[in-house]
Design a protein around this ligand. Structure first.
Ligand code: SAM
Length: 215
């Protein structure tokens, strides 16, 4: 699967993509990540991507032309989607991650400053928020969505079984609590059933804990 991120701060994302699971996933060609500097698609000497809003108001907004040009230039695969990161968009969820993981390409448009010229909407498929709060830019949102989607792609996680029991697998599902050594820490013991070796009882306990987290 191919991911494209359009941003005015292309290096803000470098280190995250060059470590751990996402690095390995790229090396093994399960995913590819392409980061694009929006300024490439400007035509003026100062490579300006923003301007003052008509009608006044604080701050600057991102211009529509470079974004429209960027989206025209970035190669589209057949099954692709363009996401505009926007705090006023539809809230991202695990169910959306599952839907996106069936695509061949996801393209993210990251905002900055006061956001975008409204006409950008015509060039994107949906506006997505990663939560009801405001960040300074869309890059973290793109990264959150990319990671949630990439780990659902075959091969990206070393152990695909990890996906079968995860929280939010279905809406409201929360994984059961887990423990590792030592058996006692600071007076708190690992539940004895987990040390019993009785697999049936362990499964019952896990299923009880899992359900009690939902309801
Ligand atoms: N003036 C905008 C408003 O009130 O809705 C906020 C703009 S915000 C400071 C700048 C950019 O950060 C946005 O255009 C968007 O790309 C990104 N951003 C901020 N919060 C976000 C969120 N919760 N989810 C997704 N993107 C977000």
């Amino acid at each position: 699967m191919r991911f494209d991120i359009i941003t005015i701060f292309p290096h803000i994302l470098d280190s995250y993509f060059n470590e751990s699971i996402l690095k390995r996933a790229q090396e093994k060609k399960f995913i590819s990540v392409h980061i694009h500097d929006l300024r490439i698609w400007t035509s003026n000497k100062h490579r300006t991507v923003d301007d003052r809003p008509y009608g006044g108001g604080p701050g600057m907004i991102l211009k529509v032309e470079p974004i429209a040009k960027a989206l025209r230039a970035i190669k589209r695969k057949k099954k692709s989607r363009v996401i505009l990161l926007d705090p006023a968009g539809k809230q991202f969820s695990q169910q959306a991650a599952k839907k996106y993981s069936k695509l061949d390409q996801l393209i993210f448009v990251c905002g900055r400053y006061e956001g975008f010229d409204e006409r950008v909407k015509k060039y994107v498929d949906e506006k997505i928020s990663i939560g009801p709060y405001v960040l300074s830019g869309g890059e973290l949102g793109a990264m959150v969505i990319l990671e949630a989607v990439a780990r659902l792609k075959a091969g990206v996680l070393g152990n695909a079984e990890s996906l079968q029991e995860e929280s939010h697998l279905i809406e409201g599902y929360i994984e059961y609590p887990q423990y590792t050594r030592p058996e006692v820490f600071d007076g708190r013991r690992v539940p004895s059933v987990l040390l019993s070796g009785d697999h049936k009882k362990i499964e019952e306990w896990q299923s009880r804990k899992r359900r009690s987290s939902i309801f």
